[in-house]
Write a protein that binds this ligand. Structure first.
Ligand code: 6PG
Length: 472
């Protein structure tokens, strides 16, 4: 048998599905897993009858690949990636290519690209989105690294990626850790939209008294609209409709209300804070997960800090798609994408990523978790103005925000009076109200800083730096 076109390390569910995807697209493959038993199991099961062989050692794995070798690592982010690189490097030759398809921290990828390029190997840090199904059927892929390294894998990834009307959902993102940075921000947006939908569910349940099927019907309607049609709305409908096989009741009600995370949402927020980009809706989603995990504390606090008296307000009617609530969700989703894109704008400048925002909109249209019909509008907005500072400044999105704001205000105000937390919706409202304000109260903050710390301030009526002896 000739040498294989493609190698995969790490037979977790994502790895298995990606190698099956590559093989289906005509790439004969060789697989390696730390425990060989797993490799044997795969080859006897899902890999049976396919143009896929297994290798028991990394040396055999490398030896079975045609040159330049294209090797995808699907191992846990962090130390396991470095360990895999160290273990395989002695067998690699000039021009061979390693691709990290996990959710790695972009700074780690920056370092690895530089280290591996020094050894004359190519290194690609590639965000892969779409979960297990996407990996098999066609994910959205966000590869970063040197352009030459990308060129060597382009035919492969273009075939493996999800396909939308204007092409495959993959493009060269930029140098160093650019691909993993874009994937990280994708996940920050993912956290925000998940939380927005969770808040909508909470309100429909607690204020409108709706059950799972009734809420799912509303979500199904939302999924028909240009503004909300998306994978996350679609699966929310499924989650709300699903019954517990043991009790027949809505399954979602039997799930503990404490959400975990694997780090990418946190990295989005940390990067945003470091780069000075406000992403409050994304931050609120992250915080909501963290706070949800303090379950015993919440239960104790509930006994001491009772809810306000019952307050009822209108979320709209199912027949009109719960219009105010729907509008609130539309505004918050638009703002979540906008905050993520604004962060990408800043990162692109800071790290010289030279990101193409329209192309990012295009590759997120299919395969990935945040795929949504709205991404066509996002693509259009950045095609029209590649340096758009904020999505809400685009005319189409500005009109949407103006149209949806009354609903958002009504829902946030009602939730506040009812004592129901809506962190993403309320952060969105604060963000919009702050972003559109020509005058904010930070003049007083500046005065205080100067008063106690002589930090100086600027004046509205003349230029220069001023200090006042406030306490004399
Ligand atoms: C994707 C997802 C995926 C991520 C999970 C878990 O795009 O396919 O973003 O890569 O690992 O969604 O993320 P959390 O456990 O942090 O929610």
């Amino acid at each position: 048998m000739g040498k294989a076109h493609f190698g995969l390390i790490g037979l977790g569910v994502m790895g298995e599905n990606l190698v099956l995807n590559a093989e289906r697209n005509g790439y004969s493959s060789v697989v390696y897993n730390r425990t060989y038993a797993k490799t044997e199991e795969f080859l006897a099961g899902r890999g049976a009858g396919k143009d896929i062989v297994g290798a028991a050692t990394l040396q055999d794995f490398v030896g079975a690949l045609e040159r330049p070798r294209r090797i995808l690592m699907m191992v846990k982010a962090g130390q396991p990636v470095d360990d895999t690189i160290d273990a395989i490097s002695p067998f690699l030759e000039e021009g061979d290519l390693l691709i990290d398809g996990g959710n790695s921290l972009y700074a780690d990828t920056d370092r690895r690209v530089a280290e591996l390029e020094r050894k004359s190997f190519g290194y690609i840090g590639m965000g892969v989105s779409g979960g297990a199904k996407g990996a098999l059927e066609g994910p959205s892929m966000m590869p970063g690294g040197t352009k030459a390294a990308y060129d060597a894998i382009e035919p492969l990834v273009r075939k493996m990626a999800a396909q939308v009307s204007d092409g495959p959902c993959v493009t060269y993102i930029g140098p160093g850790g650019a691909g993993h940075f874009v994937k990280t921000v994708h996940n920050g947006i993912e956290y925000a939209i998940e939380q927005i939908l969770a808040e909508a569910y909470d309100l429909m349940k607690r204020i409108a008294g709706m059950n799972g099927d009734q809420m799912a019907d509303v979500l199904a309607g939302w999924n028909e609209t240009e503004e909300l049609a998306s994978f996350l709305v679609e699966i929310t409908e499924v989650c709300l409709r699903t019954k517990d096989p043991e009790t027949g009741a809505d399954l979602v009600e039997a799930i503990v209300d404490a959400a975990g995370q694997k780090g990418t949402g946190l990295w989005t927020v940390v990067s945003a804070l470091e780069m000075g980009v406000p992403v409050p809706t994304i931050y609120a989603a992250l915080n909501a997960r963290v706070l949800s995990s303090l379950r015993p504390e919440r239960l104790a606090a509930g006994a001491l800090l009772p809810a306000p008296p019952a307050h009822s307000f209108s979320l709209g009617e199912p027949a009109d798609g719960m219009a105010p609530l729907r509008d609130a969700c539309i505004a918050a989703c638009i703002v979540s994408y906008g905050q993520g894109m604004a962060l990408l704008q800043e990162a692109s400048k800071l790290h010289d990523y030279n990101l193409n925002f329209s192309a990012i909109g295009q590759i997120w249209k299919g395969g990935c978790i945040i795929r949504a019909r709205l991404l066509q509008r996002i693509q259009n907005a950045y095609s029209a103005n590649p340096t758009l500072a904020n999505l809400v400044l685009d005319p189409w999105f500005a009109e949407q925000i103006n149209r949806r704001l009354p609903g958002l205000r009504q829902v946030v105000a009602g939730a506040a009076l009812a004592g129901i937390p809506v962190p993403c919706l309320s952060s969105t409202l604060d963000y919009i109200d702050s972003y559109r304000s020509g005058r904010l109260p930070q003049n007083l903050v500046q005065a205080m800083r100067d008063c106690f710390g002589s930090h100086t301030y600027e004046r509205t009526d003349k230029s220069g730096s001023f200090h006042t002896e406030w306490l004399d």
